[in-house]
Design a protein. Structure first.
Length: 179
């Protein structure tokens, strides 16, 4: 019982911080302004970890490694903790243990990235109906634009309604099934 409660708390904490780090990474990659409520929250939440890493780990071809690497390592630590608490690590051979751990951490990070995209698409769609001039609309639009634009080129508007967020969510769900 205590092990399950510990795993739950560890899952919540690592997922929350990982999502914040991934959001910071994607906001920088999509050139989303941090001068909004989401950006300020993400920067203040992750600065304690990202700022010191930037001194040691510079960006690489526009990729913010100081935000991406800790997100990945948090997931690796969580996968390791789950394996140790559930007793699944004993069956791993010594030469396959580390690669398997790193691979599962990568899959967990990709899964969280896709969930982050789905949530951003859902919130953007809801805001476009309820409050299209919300301060969150612009950053969400900038964040989801790289995913929606290719779909919008192929799928026309249906009765002046954009179906690209729905198609993007369905495609993201399909990718999740394969991960």
């Amino acid at each position: 019982m205590i092990a399950q409660a510990s795993l739950f708390l560890l899952d919540v904490l690592t997922a929350f911080l990982t999502v914040a780090l991934l959001l910071r990474f994607y906001m920088q990659a999509c050139r989303v302004s941090f001068n909004n409520q989401i950006g300020t929250f993400v920067v203040e939440l992750t600065n304690w970890l990202v700022r010191p890493l930037r001194k040691v780990l510079p960006g690489w071809y526009g990729i913010d490694l100081a935000s991406l690497l800790p997100a990945y390592l948090l997931q690796v630590i969580f996968v390791l903790a789950v394996s140790l608490l559930r007793g699944g690590a004993e069956g791993w051979a010594a030469d396959t243990w580390l690669p398997m751990l790193l691979w599962r951490g990568l899959l967990a990070t990709l899964r969280l990235s896709i969930y982050l995209l789905i949530v951003a698409l859902l919130v953007q769609a809801i805001l476009s109906w309820v409050s299209p001039y919300s301060p969150l609309s612009q950053p969400l639009s900038q964040l989801t634009r790289p995913v929606l634009r290719p779909i919008q080129r192929v799928v026309p508007l249906v009765g002046s309604i954009d179906l690209s967020p729905l198609i993007a969510i369905v495609l993201a769900q399909l990718v999740l099934m394969f991960i």
